[in-house]
Design a protein around this ligand. Structure first.
Ligand code: MN
Length: 196
């Protein structure tokens, strides 16, 4: 059961996060990037495979600049419905803080298509080298997710490939976030409460 870790870490009587029933409503594979203000602000990158969301936490957020190699720490699989989750995870719960959708869309395998795609993707995940094409609002084009062999076994890198969607200038995912996003509003409210 691939969601065991996810469920063990959470109390669904307290957290509004989905428990996970693996319901799929489209034949396309989805991806989502959630901006998550927990003890630290980070970005959660999730790719649908075998009915769940394979997940990585990216401390610095994704980049469209191929020169950036963004550390992506593999975390527990999340349920498919998590792609739509936004909201506050109450204090005292795993990942307490607030989650917002930063980007979403569907994705394809750069090298395979057709009915074996998911099997090939799972093999590539196991081998530690995924090549995917993201069709999001912010993230577009080809990316690689590469497992670091020398490091802890959850350390990967997310790297943009050179294509027409790549940028050469500095890319900052924070600057690509609306000033009035739910997290930014929540942060400015909690700052006001601290400094009346
Ligand atoms: Mn997170």
């Amino acid at each position: 059961m691939t969601l065991t870790d996810y469920r063990q870490k959470r109390d669904f009587n307290q957290s509004p996060e989905p428990e996970g029933k693996v319901v799929k409503d489209s034949c396309k594979l989805v991806f989502v990037v959630q901006r998550h203000k927990a003890s630290r602000l980070h970005y959660d990158f999730r790719l649908e495979m075998e009915g769940v969301l394979k997940s990585w936490a990216i401390p610095k957020g994704p980049s469209l600049n191929p020169a950036d190699k963004r550390l992506a720490l593999r975390v527990e699989d999340h349920p498919y419905e998590y792609k739509d989750f936004e909201g506050v995870i109450p204090a005292g719960n795993y990942g307490a803080g607030i989650v917002e959708n930063w980007d979403h869309g569907h994705y394809t395998d750069s090298e395979n298509s057709g009915k074996d795609t998911e099997i090939k993707l799972l093999q590539a995940l196991k081998a530690g080298h995924l090549k995917i094409i993201l069709h999001g609002k912010k993230l577009k084009g080809e990316f690689a997710l590469v497992k670091l062999k020398a490091k802890k076994d959850n350390a990967w890198l997310l790297i943009k490939h050179k294509d027409s969607y790549a940028v050469q200038e500095n890319y900052d995912s924070e600057a690509d976030t609306p000033k009035n996003s739910p997290i930014n509003q929540w942060l400015s409210k909690s700052n006001q409460n601290k400094n009346p």
